[in-house]
Design a protein around this ligand. Sequence first.
Ligand code: HEM
Length: 420
Amino acid sequence: MEGIDEYGPTYASYLGGAERIIYTADPGLIQYILQKNQKNFGKSRLQTKVLSRFAGKGLLTVEGDYWRQQRRLIQPGFHKEKLSGLVTIMVSVIDAQLNLLEAKFAKQPVVNISEEMMDMAFQIVAKSLFNTYTEAEELKKLSNNITDIQRFVIKQVRQPFKIPWYYLSGQFRDADQTARDTRKILQDFINTRRQETVEHHDLLDMLLSARYEDTGEGMTDTQLVDESLIFFSAGHETSANALAWTWYLLAEHPEVVTKIRAEIKTVLGDRAPAFMDLPNLAYTMQVVQESLRLYPPAWIMDRIALEDDEYKGLKIPKGTMIFPFIYGVHRLSDYWENPDTFDPDRFEKSKMKERAAFSYLPFGGGPRMCIGVNFAYMEMQLVLVQTLRRMSFELVNKEAVIPQPLITLRAADGIKVKKV
Ligand code: HEM
């Protein structure tokens, strides 16, 4: 936030004296880039080249006509009602993970909730995609591979000057091999599924049954592998960090935990949540939204100007890199009263209309807004509900929790908690 405090919500700098960079927390400019004139702003190399080399060519990493075609094909599968079948899958994954967590607490007083949420979010994405393939070993391998790939991508972002060394020391070769192994696991899942006739009500069923409007055909195996791999990359660490930060906030606000528990009692009593309950768990949803405001996992986005452009007198020459600073937008006092305070009530329905466009964008905005937004909200609501029925947490050392902005916003050494 120091940059914003010093220079205002938009400021420009030059990388190595050459490339022009604009950082902005101005909702108007961000809306211009992501929505109003989005055609002139492409994704940066990081997503389209670095990430796509290992995570494949799926929705997150492709552009232009191919992106449009894929988005149109896949979007209907992510509409709220279509996701209703996932509630049962998610609840059973969450309950199973909570059993493991309770067993862990029985052996040790302190756990790193960031790691636990990483496992939780991975299992949720994995089983929402491939409901039937539950062999722990295969999933563990998949999880390790994806984590390794993400770590390697982060290394390239943090220390780009070491990239030649990564080549020479064989790290690129190893990461390419890990990516190939991962694709093979996914391909095997798909092969098995193609031979089955029963429905599984998971995302793979959705991807397999999607048909292009013009040809009436479905996706090839390569496309299916690409898109499912992208769901893991885009939907695993983001949700995990969001959940970990939510536990951090709730540990500091037991009065909010009490309100969530009261809502659970009124809406659900003792029964498991069903899809139709989700809108009634409104306060829980507000907590999720407020947590995503204070700690947006996608804390910054990146775009590049394809042609010369201008916004309200600000020159944006072709090639300018623009970084919409979401974390900054979410903490601007012009748009948020007491911006650093955790206050789920600000997301009450009656107050939503007053909000300025693009002042709240944890899932981005415009045509490339997160396709998994409903999935993520549903997952977070369900994790909160099922967990708080069994336990809540207390921070071991608040001062030790330091936000670390990498590709997603996470806590540098995780968030250590005790069970209460
Ligand atoms: C709290 C959790 C999540 C957050 C904060 C988040 C955030 C975002 C953001 C900010 C973008 C836009 C990136 C850009 O325009 O440069 C995005 C795109 C995307 N997200 Fe999410 N996401 C989350 C969960 C998920 C989940 C669970 C899935 C899938 C199961 C998912 C799949 C995707 C995909 C495929 C895209 C690319 C969409 C496109 O370009 O058409 N995300 N996400």
